[in-house]
Design a protein around this ligand. Structure first.
Ligand SMILES: Nc1nc2c(ncn2[C@@H]2O[C@H](COP(=O)(O)OP(=O)(O)OP(=O)(O)O)[C@@H](O)[C@H]2O)c(=O)[nH]1
Ligand SMILES: [Mg+2]
Length: 199
């Protein structure tokens, strides 16, 4: 994908971190990716960067345990946040993970917006609603990305979008809703346009 501002192919994983002291120490803008486990966060990153496997994807949920920082052309970073709603993780693990995400989302000055991913095939889950509420409570701009659109027939898109927005109490004034597929690249340009607005 060619953008006038940055070369999206010039991307690499920079570092993985669990705590503040390990985050990159500069003022590059960051876009975080949040969503339940298996929703397609890593696939979204790979699709946007035109790469097959830069961000590791898996059919096994809960694989990403740290915040993964991706450097894009030394101008922007994506931060892949571990997926929520993964049941087979102990209470203690989940608490640790919740604190890590909360710390990052509520205190990271570099953070410009959050790409919040939901599975377009299903009604937003209670966890999805809670995440959106949380992001709005902290006044974080959201780019809502509805993934796996290739699994939903086009005739249903409008209705599904309306239902998801209703359930989330979606704020159309500040936030974007993008129907996306990493299989056929639906929503790719729209996603980049939305992200580049925050640079
Ligand atoms: N059909 C379809 N499958 C997708 C799409 N995006 C992701 N997948 C599949 O969904 C599964 C999970 O994708 P990931 O990108 O690993 O999901 P993740 O959100 O990073 O998962 P965690 O790192 O475990 O939180 C993989 O089998 C992907 O191939 C999509 O747009 N369409
Ligand atoms: Mg992942």
């Amino acid at each position: 994908m060619e953008t006038s501002i940055l070369n999206t192919h010039n991307a690499s994983i920079l570092l993985s971190a669990a705590q503040k002291s390990h985050y990159p120490q500069d003022d590059l803008p960051e876009i975080a990716l949040a969503g339940r486990s298996n929703v397609g966060k890593s696939s979204f990153i790979n699709t946007l960067l035109g790469r097959k496997n830069l961000a590791r994807t898996s059919s096994k949920p809960g694989k990403t345990q740290l915040l993964n920082f991706y450097n894009i052309d030394d101008k922007l970073r994506f931060v892949d946040v571990p997926g929520y709603g993964y049941a087979r993780v102990s209470k203690k693990e989940r608490a640790k993970w919740g604190k890590m995400i909360e710390d990052y989302l509520t205190s990271r000055e570099n953070l410009r917006a959050v790409v919040s991913l939901i599975d377009f095939r299903h009604d937003p889950s209670a966890d999805d609603v809670q995440m959106y509420d949380f992001l709005k409570y902290y006044d974080l701009p959201v780019i809502l990305v509805a993934t796996k659109a290739d699994k939903v027939s086009r005739g249903r898109w409008h209705k599904y979008e309306a239902l998801a927005k209703k359930k989330l109490h979606f704020d159309d004034k500040t936030d974007k809703f993008i129907i996306f597929s990493s299989i056929n690249q639906t929503g790719l340009d729209e996603s980049w346009d939305a992200i580049l607005e925050y640079l």
